[in-house]
Each structure stands twice: as structure tokens, then as C-alpha cells.
Write a protein that binds this ligand. Structure first.
Ligand code: 5CA
Length: 444
């Protein structure tokens, strides 16, 4: 993509309304534009990042056998009255009336809707388990939308729902999501720690929040530092491996605010290992048994002939929130550099030719390089404007594409100036650059 043809509305200065880095940067480089309080449009650069995150989330859901569906954003109040949540949900729910005066709402979450879909067709235990997920917009009329897309009103979420015959099978499903979350966040180059959490309006008694550490996070956490060393490598999708995996994490005290108990913390964690800090909740999983299936009469025939309500869980990832969370985690305060992980970077590499009005040879070279990169599925952003070199570099540093090619006046066809953000530049062959980038991309 050539900058001269792109829609990347960069602002000259940091917008004053933005309090945290991710919000500042996303507005500054034109990733998002606020349309009203807590409601944003996603512009090309921001949408590219979000789509890449979405695709990684999708692939990891598919790997555990979950199937994608798409539900409407507007729901009928009927099913919410059945579950008993229509009144309970309170003012966070955006309620609407249609022209027949029917009560509708913009879905803040979809437990009821998916239970209704499930109960209308599944009647026997033989069809279980089922894992269904969707990735789409949700709306919560947050009392205090803030930090840009981190806590907004309309946001993009992956939500999944599991249906099982009994507690044991349901916990197996829960653990599959537990593992898939660890893998998803790893591919996003994030360290997200599962922490025992409160269930809030979703309900149930087993729940983990996946938290990444960040001073600007809204969740207060109390943990045993050693939990950061636990890893999920090699874990398989069978009951035993998954149980072991959860045990490995749960050995270490690690909770969010609502679950914190001072006495327990001090008893279980020696002083040197205590960490009290802040983090961003990027995912949340729940097991709630028959909380919805019972009032909504969603049951299946059991092998012995009896009927029972299906056992359900739900599993969310804040896809749009992750765009901001990655910036919070990856922004280097001292060097003032944002470097996107290659797996979600809007472009793989930027090409910065020093363009002179009378001499376009550097631009010609940029085009030749781009053609070669394209052949190797490497996507570049080329600054073909005639701005001066230092403002071009500033712009690209701000956007945070992890690699740069700089084409100066002395054109050498064999060796190219190549730079990884935050490191020194070096002269290398194009074939070498292609190798480096491909290798990084393959890691994902
Ligand atoms: N149905 C359940 C399944 S997990 C659910 O809705 N859970 S949730 O309320 O915890 O939301 C899931 C994820 O969505 C959160 O972990 C968070 O990453 C994201 N999220 C929630 N509220 C907002 C918001 N106001 N703005 C941006 N992201 C949000």
C-alpha cells in the first residue's frame, strides 16, 4: 500500500482527551475515530490489526473443535425474561422498542440466544458436546466508558458457549477453552495469566479472568510471581493433560480484586513471591451449569432414559480491547516506540524511500522491492510522499510496523538498509530480509 493512496489520517499532536498510551496512539495514527461516547469507527489501520487478532482467535477456537455461528445483534426481550436476566441486567442493557412496540435489546452477551438456538434442535445426549462461538459486536451501556476502545460501549467480542451432559464433561469443555486461551494470547505475543475471578452478571461458581500486566489496567490482581513461569507447551486436548495444566496454574495463588482474601494470600504466598499489581482483562471464562438451561427448559434425553438440563459455560475474549491491550503491553516508554508483534502488525514492513522531486529513482527501487516482497506474501506500507526523510521516519516509528527498509540516495541494488524497530540498521540482501520476516511469521 502506498501512503499517497491510503486513508491513514495521522494527527500532528497527541489528542488531549486521551489519558493512556493506547488511546493516544490509536487516535494519533488514525486507527479509530470516536463517533459518540464509547462508540468508535474503525479506520483501515485499526481494522487491519483487529482482523488479524480476530483470525488468530478464530483459528484457536476451531482447533479445539468449536464451530462458528453468527447471531443477530438485536435480540428479543422474551428470552431474557425466561432466564430472569431482563430485569437483573440493569442499565447496562440498551433497550429498544420496534414499531410494533415490542421490547428489543442490543445484545450485551448471548447466553440466552444461544440456549434458544440449541434447545430448538438438540434433544439427545448423543449430540453432545457442542461448542459454539461467534465473533461480533456487543453493546453495554457502560456508566463510565473510558480509555478509548478498552472500556467502550460498542465492542467486538468473541464469545463461545459449551453444552454438555454432566459436570465432568462440562469441565472438560471448560479446560479446552482454558488451553485455547493460553495459545491464543501466546500467538499475540502476550503473557496472559489465568486468575480466579468473580462471575458477576454472567453467574456460576467457576471462573477465570485472563489478565495481562499493565499499569493502566483496571483490574487489581494479587498473585504468586511464580505463576508467570508456568507454561502450556506440549499440553494435549485430553482430560488428563488439561486437568494437569489447570493444576499447574492453580497451584499458585492468583486472584482478582473481588476474590482477594488477605489472610489466605499471606498464608499461601511467601513475602518474596507476592505481587500486587494491575492488569487488563482480555478474556473471561465461566462455568455456570444449568443457570440458563433450567429456567429456559433446555434439556436432553440421557442414556438411561431420563432427561436433564444441559450443563453450560461461556467463554469471552475482548477482540477490540486486545488492540489497545497489545499497545499497552508492547509500548516502550523509554524509547517511545511501539512495535507491533508481526502476527498482528497492520503491515509486515515499511519501505521509506528518500524521494527527491526531480529524481524518482529511489521510489522506483521501492516499487521493485515491493513486488519481490508481495511474491513472498510480505505486505508493505510504502511512503511515496515527498515529505522529508525525518518526518517519514517519525511517521513510520509512530505507526509501529516492526521492520523498515530505508532507501537513500546511494542506491545499491545488492545491499539494502534494513532496520528492526528499536535496533540498529544494517545492510543486507533482499533475500535475507525476506528470510527474516518469513521466519518470524512462521513462528505463528
Ligand atoms: N458471555 C460472557 C462470556 S465470557 C461475557 O460476556 N463475559 S465478559 O463480560 O467478561 O466479557 C468478555 C470480555 O469482553 C472481557 O474479558 C473483556 O475483554 C471484553 N469486554 C467486556 N466489556 C467490555 C467493554 N465495555 N469494552 C471493551 N471490551 C469489553
Amino acid at each position: 500500500m502506498y501512503i499517497s493512496e491510503s486513508f491513514i489520517p495521522i494527527l500532528k499532536n497527541n489528542p488531549s482527551e486521551a489519558k493512556i498510551k493506547s488511546h493516544q496512539l490509536m487516535l494519533r495514527v488514525g486507527m479509530i475515530k470516536q463517533s459518540s461516547s464509547g462508540i468508535y469507527s474503525w479506520l483501515p489501520l485499526g481494522l487491519k490489526v483487529m482482523k488479524k487478532i480476530e483470525q488468530i482467535v478464530r483459528e484457536e477456537q476451531n482447533k479445539i473443535g468449536a464451530q462458528e455461528i453468527l447471531m443477530p445483534t438485536i435480540q428479543s426481550s422474551e428470552i431474557w425474561k425466561e432466564s430472569g436476566r431482563y430485569e437483573d441486567y440493569g442499565e447496562e442493557m440498551l433497550r429498544i422498542k420496534d414499531r410494533q412496540n415490542r421490547e428489543m435489546l442490543y445484545g450485551p452477551t448471548n447466553e440466552e440466544l444461544v440456549t434458544d438456538i440449541f434447545r430448538s434442535s438438540v434433544k439427545s445426549y448423543k449430540s453432545l458436546p457442542q461448542l459454539l462461538y461467534h465473533i461480533q459486536w456487543k453493546f453495554r451501556d457502560e456508566i463510565r466508558p473510558r480509555f478509548g476502545i478498552m472500556r467502550c460501549r460498542e465492542f467486538f467480542m468473541k464469545d463461545a458457549y459449551s453444552f454438555d451432559i454432566n459436570d465432568e464433561e462440562a469441565l472438560f469443555s471448560y479446560n479446552k477453552f482454558f488451553l485455547s486461551y493460553l495459545k491464543t494470547f501466546k500467538r499475540l505475543d502476550l503473557v496472559a495469566i489465568p486468575m480466579a475471578a468473580d462471575t458477576g452478571p454472567i453467574g456460576g461458581n467457576l471462573s477465570h479472568e485472563f489478565i495481562i500486566l499493565a499499569d493502566t489496567g483496571e483490574s487489581k490482581i494479587y498473585t504468586d510471581k511464580r505463576i508467570f513461569e508456568v507454561n502450556s507447551d506440549g499440553s494435549k486436548l485430553d482430560k488428563k493433560s488439561l486437568n494437569n495444566l489447570r493444576n499447574k496454574f492453580e497451584k499458585f495463588y492468583s486472584v482478582t480484586d473481588e476474590k482477594f482474601n488477605k489472610e489466605e494470600f499471606e498464608k499461601k504466598v511467601i513475602k518474596e513471591n507476592r505481587l500486587i499489581t494491575k492488569g487488563i482483562e482480555v478474556g473471561h471464562i465461566f462455568y455456570f451449569g444449568d443457570k440458563y438451561s433450567k429456567p429456559m427448559n433446555c434439556s436432553v434425553d440421557l442414556p438411561e432414559g431420563k432427561k436433564d438440563f444441559v450443563k453450560m459455560g461461556s467463554y469471552g475474549i475482548g477482540v477490540s480491547r486486545l488492540v489497545g491491550a497489545i499497545i499497552e503491553a508492547k509500548y516502550n516508554e523509554t524509547e517511545e516506540i511501539m512495535k507491533w508483534p508481526i502476527s498482528v502488525s497492520p503491515y509486515d514492513i515499511s519501505i521509506i524511500p528518500i524521494v527527491n522531486k526531480n529524481d524518482k529513482s529511489t521510489l522506483e527501487k521501492a516499487k521493485r522491492i515491493n513486488t519481490e516482497l508481495e511474491k513472498n506474501n510480505i505486505e508493505s506500507l510504502i511512503d511515496d510522499t515527498d515529505e522529508n526523510f525525518s518526518s517519514k521516519i517519525k511517521k513510520m516509528n509512530l505507526i509501529g510496523i516492526p521492520f523498515q527498509i530505508i532507501i537513500g540516495k546511494q542506491i545499491d541494488d545488492d545491499f539494502i538498509e534494513f532496520k528492526e524497530l528499536g535496533k540498529n540498521s544494517k545492510k543486507v540482501k533482499l533475500s535475507e530480509i525476506i528470510k527474516i520476516i518469513k521466519k518470524q511469521k512462521e513462528k505463528n
